[in-house]
Design a protein around this ligand. Structure first.
Ligand code: AHM
Ligand code: MG
Length: 338
C-alpha cells in the first residue's frame, strides 16, 4: 500500500537531492545539494510567513509600522531578504538575480561558490492580500570555469540551467524540482516540517481540457492568440470546449497545467509588447519544468522558450506552455500569422 509506505518510509527533499547527486554525479562535492537545501529552507520560511501573514500583520504595504513601532515588511520584501540571506550564507553562489532587486547581487569572494540563482521570491503579488495561492520560482546556473562573477553568468539560455523549481503556497505547500530529469513533486508535511516526495516523476498530460489566460486583455491580443482562445471556446468541428481557469499566480496556473494538462498563455499584446512575465526567473524555470515533464513552452513565433538568449536580467517574454498537443496548436496559429 503506497500510503502506508509513505507514512513509514518517507523520502524527504534533502534525501532526494542527495540520492540524485549520487546517481548523476557520484564524485560531486555536494555543493549543488547544499544550495538546494538552502532554497528548501528559504521556501519553508516563506511558507510559514505566508500562513501567519494575517496574524503577524505582514500583509499590505511595506513602510507601515506595527504596534511595537518596528518597520513591517511586506511579504515579498521579507521573502526576498530570506532568499538573499540564505543563498549568500550557503557559500555556493556567485551571482543572485531577484525580481525584487534592480541590480544583481554579487557574492563576496570569501563566500563565493560556483552557482548562480535567478528567482522570484514571492510571485503573484496581486493575490497576497486576499489569501489566494502564491509561489516562489527559481532557476540555477553553474558558473563556467574561470568565469568572473558578473551578470554574464546568468545571461544564458534557460536550457543551460542545471536545476529549476517552484514552491506553491497553496491549499497545500508543494515543491516541484527538476535537476535535469523529470520534475519531482514534494508536499510539505507541516507536522514534520519536511517536504516529502509525493510523486517522483511528473509528466504533463499530452493534451488537456483547460486554457488559462487573462482574458481581460483580449482586445489587445494579436490575431493568433485571439484565434486560439476562440477555438478553445468554440472548437472547430464541434468538439468539447475547454474550461477556463486563471488564478493570476503563475506558480498556481503552471502547477495546475503540469498536473491536469492544458495550456497557460501570457502573450505579448499591443500594450505589453514583450508580454508581462520575466524571462530569466519566471519563464525559464517554468519552461524547464514543463519540458522535462514532456510538455512544451514556446515564445512568440514558435521559438522554444529555453532557447532564448536573454539580453537583460529583467527582460520579459511572451510564453505559451503546457500539454504538447495544445501548445502545438498555438504554435501552428502563431506560424500562420507570422
Ligand atoms: P508579479 O511578479 O508582480 O507577481 O506578476 C507576475 C504575475 C504572475 O504570477 C501571473 O501569471 C501574472 O502576473 C498575472 O498577470 P495579470 O494580472 O496581468 O493577469
Ligand atoms: Mg513575479
Amino acid at each position: 500500500n503506497p500510503m502506508s509506505e509513505l507514512r513509514t518510509n518517507p523520502v524527504t527533499l534533502s534525501m532526494y537531492i542527495l540520492q540524485q547527486q549520487h546517481i548523476k554525479a557520484p564524485h560531486a562535492r555536494g555543493n549543488l545539494s547544499i544550495l538546494l537545501n538552502a532554497i528548501c529552507v528559504a521556501c519553508k520560511f516563506v511558507e510559514s510567513a505566508v500562513r501567519k501573514a494575517g496574524l503577524a500583520g505582514i500583509l499590505g504595504m511595506a513602510g507601515s509600522a506595527n504596534v511595537q513601532g518596528e518597520d513591517q515588511k511586506k511579504l515579498d520584501v521579507l521573502a526576498n531578504e530570506v532568499f538573499v540571506n540564505l543563498l549568500t550564507k550557503c557559500g555556493q553562489c556567485a551571482v543572485l538575480v531577484s525580481e525584487e532587486d534592480d541590480e544583481p547581487t554579487v557574492i563576496d569572494a570569501a563566500r563565493r561558490g560556483d552557482y548562480c540563482v535567478v528567482f522570484d521570491p514571492l510571485d503573484g503579488s496581486s493575490n497576497i492580500d486576499c489569501g489566494v495561492s502564491i509561489g516562489t520560482i527559481y532557476g540555477i546556473y553553474k558558473r563556467a570555469q574561470g568565469c568572473d562573477a558578473t551578470v554574464d553568468c546568468v545571461l544564458r539560455p534557460g536550457r543551460e540551467m542545471v536545476a529549476a523549481g517552484y514552491c506553491l503556497y497553496g491549499s497545500s505547500c508543494s515543491m516541484v524540482l527538476s535537476v535535469g530529469g523529470p520534475p519531482a513533486h514534494f508536499t510539505l508535511d507541516p507536522s514534520l516540517g519536511e517536504f516529502v516526495l509525493t510523486s517522483p516523476q511528473l509528466s504533463v498530460p499530452p493534451a488537456g481540457a483547460i486554457y488559462s489566460v487573462n482574458e481581460g486583455n483580449a482586445s489587445l491580443w494579436d490575431a493568433a492568440t485571439a484565434r486560439y482562445v476562440t477555438e478553445c471556446k468554440h472548437p472547430p468541428g464541434g468538439g468539447k470546449p475547454k474550461s477556463a481557469r486563471y488564478v493570476g499566480s503563475m506558480v498556481a496556473d503552471v502547477h495546475r497545467t503540469i498536473l491536469y494538462g492544458g495550456v497557460f498563455l501570457y502573450p505579448a499584446d499591443s500594450k505589453s509588447k514583450k508580454g508581462k512575465l520575466r524571462l530569466l526567473y519566471e519563464c525559464f524555470p517554468m519552461a524547464y519544468l514543463v519540458e522535462h515533464g514532456g510538455g512544451r513552452a514556446i515564445a512568440a513565433s514558435g521559438k522554444l522558450v529555453l532557447d532564448l538568449q536573454p539580453q537583460a536580467i529583467h527582460e520579459r517574454s511572451p510564453i505559451f506552455l503546457g500539454s504538447k498537443a495544445d501548445v502545438d496548436r498555438v504554435e501552428a496559429l502563431l506560424r500562420d500569422a507570422a
